[in-house]
Design a protein around this ligand. Sequence first.
Ligand SMILES: [Zn+2]
Length: 255
Amino acid sequence: MVIDFSQSNNIQKVLEKLRKYDKREIQIKNIQNLPHNKTALGGVDDSGKDIIIYLNYDMPFEIQEETCVHEILHIILEHEGYPTISIKRKYYNNLSENSKKLVRRAIGQFIDSIQHPIIFNREINDYHLDVDKCFSQQVIQKVNRFKKRKTNVKKQHFYFLNQQDILVSMEYFYYPKKYSDSVLEKYSVFSPDAYRSSKKLFKKIENVGFINPISCYRSASIIKKHIIKYGKRKGLIKYNYIWENIEIQKGTPTQ
Ligand SMILES: [Zn+2]
């Protein structure tokens, strides 16, 4: 089922906000069109002439509505001058296709980890979304992620996956309490070593927060440092280059 934008006040509200900055056409596509992550809730590609929002047509209206608001908020944050994540070109260009894929995934996870705390906060406070339905679904997605995690991998790769778990986990602390507790409890069972490191990282960023572009930049820098330090402790070299070559750039607000 495709959702009808005009039937959602929440989507109208977020679109109105986007239109202050960005007048591009929006295309909605089924997430099935993306080769990877067909079971994800959504995604956005705003690198082209049109903005393309991917939704999971198998999900109920409330979930697709939230996903749509969520993806548009990602674009709005960039216009508001929140930091962006990129990779040093010189490093990236010399990588194999496989490594490039890993890097692109790491960048996506990093962007989500610094933007989701703000996005969830706005979703809860500025919109009338079905919060319970949406965060229950978030928890389901994350538990599936744990279950899919490979365990029979080389030690280096295992700790690289842990680094990604730590990065992805930052958002768990910003779910409404009931859902936060639930996903963290499952995380502690599936990946105890990463979980312990996540708790420590959250303590470091808790008071810095993500409330404006400056605090978001500071938290992003703390996260990067923590992930690299974790890798060093586990003896990672090649995988740690990925994080070391990731650049956090201060954004520029669109006037
Ligand atoms: Zn997102």
